[in-house]
Structures are given as structure tokens and as C-alpha cells.
Design a protein around this ligand. Structure first.
Ligand code: NAP
Length: 329
């Protein structure tokens, strides 16, 4: 089968590799669509030195183990073609979707014509949801939902700001947040504002023109996908008792937040939360939102597997609106 793998030089390449075979609790899925996430680019890139040393050590002590082919791809939407002997939830022909990433020795693999995944990583895809829409939801949706829940239940009238709002997390997050009667401001570049308003943002801010942390406006919840400002700038933009929650951004800033979060809570009453992705968290809630007509994933593309380099370039330049989708059929 064709798959996007980590090449010998530590950059992604399209290659022919052996199709996977499902273990007893796994499902073999014919992949129709996947979407791009930072995790996938990380997995397909040159690993950091400690991970390379560990890999060399493991290969040295287990001489029989062949070098592993690392295939990227977290989000999958496709059709079941075979199931392991202990799989009870799915049958061949079922349409499924989910996030198959994990940082164990298995996981990922959705940038391929076939992928194996544990049955617990998949949900039945609703008939009215396209494979492209289904591939857009799992990872970005989980991060958005984990982030929106981090400050407790949303309450009508609250003011929320999403920083980096025109990407995967923001475009899902706003649609779910609006169901609770909150006011949502989105920060992203001006070219994305029309799309952002169309999916529910009440206010939009161009980060190239305005620093939202200096405007004097305060928010009950800030959901950040970029974490590119100082911790104190974020605290300034929170209401008393407000919550700042980040799903990603500059590593040094995230470390500072992890270390200082408890002390800040004690001193100011404001909460700082760094989210760790829980694969497929809230996916059934998102599915219900979609089925009720409250959620329409924003699709960028789709790109065919043969055009994967264009998709990767587009994603790496962060020009995308919503989720960049890759289709395998
Ligand atoms: N916590 C975890 O366990 C975990 C797991 C997986 C992924 N992640 C992280 O979660 C995040 C996923 O977010 P996502 O999928 O929504 O990302 P995304 O699709 O890349 O969207 C980010 C948006 O931010 C915009 N942006 C760029 N610079 C900005 C700035 N200075 N101010 C405001 N907006 C700016 C980008 O637009 P332009 O660049 O075009 O302006 C883009 O629209 C990533 O940071 C990822 O690394 C975390």
C-alpha cells in the first residue's frame, strides 16, 4: 500500500510499504480521509537525539526486530475491511472515524491506504457525515472540548477568546461554545475573518494589527492554540477568577505555565491550564452535535494522497482554514 512515512533523512516521503494485519483486538480500516496535525509532522520528522539513541539501543538488544516503518497520521475516517478475532464492536463494511495516534510503540499510521487501530479508538461514522468531515474532527475536536471544559461548565453570558482561532481547534471550539450562549472572540489573521464570522465568532481580531492582551478587554476563558505571549500578558486579559487554557505553543512558555500555574492560582485566583491531549475525548459529543446540525467542520482541501506535498506545505505555512484534509481514495 502507499503510505507517507518518515524517510531515512528524517523527512516525510510517499512510499510503498506492506499493509498492516490486525491483531486480535484491532480493526483494519481502508482509509478514505485523514487530516494534518502538528503531531503527525513531529512523528514524520527527525526524532530528537535521546529518542534516536533509544531506538539504536532497542534495535541492538533485539536483533530480530526489523527497523520500524513510521507512518504518520492521527485522524482517520474510513471503512472497516477486516477485524481481529476479539473485535465485537465493528464488522467489515462499517464506516468509522477516530484518532489513532499514541506515543507508545504503536499508533498513528492514518496517512496510508490502510491502517490498523484498536477498536476502542474508533466510533461509527454517522451516515450524513462525509469522510472528509469525519477526518477533521477527532484530534482538533478533543483539544477544543478539553480546553472549553477546563474552566468548568460554560455559562450563558460568559466571554471567551480563542487565540489562533481559524485553525482546527478554533473552528470546532467556537461552534460548540456558541451552543452555551457565550460570546466568542477569535484572534487570527484578517484573511480568515470572513470564514470565522460565518461559523459563529461574535468578534474577530487581527493579530497582525492588535495585541488582544493590551486592549483592556477581559475574558472569562482564553483558549489558546499558540501560547506566543507572556504568562503575565494572558493574566492581564482574564477576568477575576478567569481561566487561561492552552493546547499548544512555545515550549518554554508552556513549561513556565506548568511550573507557575499552582502559585498563580493561589496568588490571583486565576487558573492556568495546560492541556494534554486525550485521544478521542468528547468525540461522541461532537458526533451528536454534528447529527443535531450544530457543527460543520471547516475543510481545507481536500488534497489527494498524490498531492501530499502540497498539503504538507500548506499546513506548515499555517495558511489553512479549519482542517487540511488528505484523501486516500
Ligand atoms: N496538548 C496536546 O497534547 C497537543 C496534542 C496535539 C497537538 N497540540 C497542539 O494543539 C494546537 C492545535 O491547534 P490547531 O489545530 O487549531 O492549529 P492550527 O490549525 O495550526 O491553527 C492555528 C491558527 O493560529 C493562527 N496563528 C498563527 N500565528 C498566530 C498568532 N500570532 N496569533 C494568533 N493566531 C495565530 C494560524 O493562522 P496563520 O498562521 O495563517 O496566521 C492558524 O489559523 C497546536 O499548537 C498543536 O501543536 C497539542
Amino acid at each position: 500500500m502507499k503510505a507517507i512515512v518518515r524517510g531515512a533523512s528524517g523527512s516525510p516521503e510517499l512510499r510503498n510499504v506492506a499493509a498492516p494485519v490486525p491483531a486480535e483486538n484491532e480493526v483494519l480500516v481502508r482509509v478514505h480521509a485523514s487530516s494534518l496535525n502538528d503531531y503527525d509532522l513531529f512523528i514524520l520528522g527527525r526524532p530528537p537525539l535521546p529518542a534516536r539513541m533509544l531506538g539504536t539501543f532497542l534495535r541492538a538488544v533485539s536483533a530480530s526486530a526489523p527497523p520500524r516503518v513510521r507512518i504518520g497520521g492521527s485522524d482517520v475516517a474510513g471503512s472497516v475491511v477486516a477485524v481481529g478475532s476479539r473485535v465485537e464492536s465493528f464488522r467489515p463494511g462499517d464506516a468509522v472515524f477516530g484518532d489513532v495516534s499514541s506515543f507508545g510503540f504503536g499508533g498513528f499510521g492514518a496517512f496510508a491506504e490502510y491502517v490498523c487501530a484498536p477498536q476502542a479508538a474508533l466510533l461509527p461514522k454517522p451516515a450524513g457525515m462525509t469522510f472528509e468531515q469525519a477526518a477533521a474532527l477527532p484530534q482538533a475536536g478533543a483539544l477544543a472540548m478539553q480546553g472549553l471544559h477546563a474552566g468548568g461548565p460554560l455559562r450563558s453570558g460568559q466571554k471567551i477568546l480563542i487565540n489562533g482561532a481559524g485553525g482546527g481547534v478554533g473552528t470546532i471550539g467556537v461552534q460548540v461554545a456558541k451552543l452555551q450562549g457565550v460570546e466568542v472572540t477569535g484572534v487570527d489573521r484578517a484573511s480568515k475573518h470572513k470564514m470565522m464570522r460565518s461559523i459563529g465568532f461574535d468578534r474577530v481580531i487581527d493579530y497582525q494589527q492588535e495585541d488582544f492582551t493590551k486592549s483592556g478587554k477581559r475574558y472569562d476563558l482564553i483558549l489558546d492554540t499558540k501560547s506566543n505571549r507572556s504568562l503575565f500578558a494572558y493574566l492581564r486579559a482574564l477576568t477575576p477568577g478567569g481561566t487561561y487554557v492552552t493546547v499548544g505553543g512555545q515550549t518554554a512558555t508552556l513549561f513556565r505555565m506548568l511550573i507557575l500555574g499552582g502559585l498563580i492560582r493561589l496568588l490571583t485566583g486565576k487558573r492556568i491550564v495546560v492541556i494534554k491531549l486525550k485521544q478521542n475525548a468528547f468525540l461522541s459529543d461532537l458526533k451528536e452535535c454534528f447529527e443535531a446540525g450544530h457543527l460543520a467542520p471547516v475543510i481545507d482541501g481536500p488534497y489527494k494522497l498524490s498531492d501530499w506535498q502540497d498539503a504538507f506545505r500548506h499546513f506548515s505555512a499555517a495558511n489553512q482554514e479549519g482542517k487540511v484534509i488528505l484523501t486516500m481514495v
